[in-house]
Each structure stands twice: as C-alpha cells, then as structure tokens.
Design a protein around this ligand. Structure first.
Ligand code: PNS
Length: 159
C-alpha cells in the first residue's frame, strides 16, 4: 500500500490544506493527515478539536485518515510504514524552510518529501492570516471549509 503523510499544525485547516490533501488522496492509496502536538505553541484549537474538524471535512475521502503525533515527523513515518511526506509550496518564501526540513528528514530516515504546488487560488493563505482576518471581523468565506469558519467565529467570540 502506498501511504503518504500530510503533517502540520492545522490551527485551523484551510482550503489550501484541503486542496493538497485531496490531490494527494488521488495519487496515493492512503493519506494520513498528522496533527502535530506541540505543547509549547499556543493554539486557538486543541489537538482534539483540530482532529475532529479535519475528520469532518475529509469524511468523503475513503482513503484519508487523521492522526496525531509529537516529536519528529520521520519517527511518525517509521511507526506507520510511511516513506513520503507531502507538503504544499505556496511561494518561493516557503521554499527555503521546506527544503531544509526535507533534506533533514531524508538525512534522518531516508523519508522523501514531495512538494505539491498550491492551487494559485490559495497561494496567499495561511492559518495565521485566517485567524487574524476572522479576529477583526473579515470575511473568510471560501478560504476555510464552512464548518470550520463557524467554529472559528464561535471560538473568537469567546474571547
Ligand atoms: O503546518 P506547519 O506548522 O507548517 O507544519 C510544520 C510541521 C509540523 C510539518 C513541522 O514543524 C514538523 O515536522 N514538526 C515536527 C518536528 C520535526 O520533525 N521537525 C523537522 C525536523 S527537520
């Protein structure tokens, strides 16, 4: 079985993430969306909430499952019999950091990284920008799945 991982923070998942995951799902037998547990980073949504949101929006993809991990992505790969990571590249600015990670991951465990060019529709999107726009009442319609937009607004309204 050809299995690939899409690792990330997904705080929250955007339509850019979903686009990459759905395209990876068309190429691989199984796509594992792996949410990083990072206790040092302040997030808007808990890991459980992020997993639930991703499961909801990917429920129509039979070959996509959602998991969590802490530590190194390559260790998650080894534990789950995965030999490739898929990452979306939005712009040249992503390249340097992504290339470094890809080379380090290959050096650590011979895990390959496959870069997928982001749909130009979403090339300016990031979870951080989405949170900022939503926080100040901007319209995030079409940029995050509808169910996530609702949760984003409720969470931000809680203060
Ligand atoms: O959504 P993000 O924040 O861009 O995802 C970054 C992520 C989770 C893929 C990256 O930070 C990561 O792989 N973290 C786990 C620790 C690790 O393996 N670091 C890279 C070593 S080169």
């Amino acid at each position: 079985m050809r299995r690939v991982v899409c690792p990330g923070s997904f705080d929250p998942m955007t339509n850019g993430h979903l686009d990459i995951i759905s395209r990876a799902a068309a190429l691989y037998d199984e796509v594992v969306v792996a949410v990083l547990i990072n206790i040092t980073k302040k997030t808007l949504f808990t890991v459980d909430e992020r997993i639930e949101m991703i499961e909801e929006v990917t429920k129509d993809y039979d070959n996509v499952r959602v998991d969590r991990f802490h530590g190194l992505t390559v260790d998650f790969c080894t534990e789950h019999g995965i030999n490739a990571i898929v990452r979306g590249l939005r712009a040249v600015s992503d390249f340097e950091y992504e290339m470094q990670m890809a080379q380090m991951n290959y050096r650590l465990s011979s895990v390959e990284t496959l870069f997928m060019s982001t749909n130009p529709q979403y090339s300016f999107l990031s979870s951080s920008l989405i949170k900022e726009v939503a926080k100040y009442g901007g319209d995030v319609g079409g940029l995050v799945p509808e169910s996530i937009a609702g949760k984003l607004h409720s969470r931000l309204a809680e203060g």
